[in-house]
Ligand binder design. Structure first.
Ligand code: SF4
Ligand code: SF4
Length: 93
């Protein structure tokens, strides 16, 4: 599983694009589709190996839960998590 901060997003990936899928690694098993709580993943077009590749239908509804990345046997999914606000320095209200 890969989870990174949006700060580390590859160039050209603009938040709220939270889930990146390596199409050439996907084997179309559908495990990620089955575990996604908001049901925003579905299988689509074939990759060059003939497997249906999963894609996210609505990136804005992704909660960055990482369930899809955790279950993927091909390590094909990267989930970008929103950056947390830095902690306030002590003594500064
Ligand atoms: S991170 Fe969670 S909500 Fe987002 S696509 Fe994956 S399983 Fe669905
Ligand atoms: S779990 Fe991985 S290999 Fe299976 S459909 Fe999803 S991205 Fe593709």
């Amino acid at each position: 599983m890969t989870a990174r901060s949006e700060r580390d997003a590859p160039i050209g990936v603009i938040p709220p694009h939270r889930v990146l899928i390596a199409a050439e690694r996907c084997k179309g098993c559908g495990l990620c589709v089955a575990v996604c709580p908001p049901e925003i993943m579905e299988l689509g077009s074939l990759n060059r190996l003939g497997y249906a590749v999963v894609h996210v239908t609505d990136q804005a509804r992704c909660t960055s839960c990482t369930a899809c990345a955790l279950v993927c046997p091909e390590v094909a999914i990267t989930v970008l998590r929103p950056r947390k606000a830095p902690p306030k320095p002590e003594g500064n209200p």
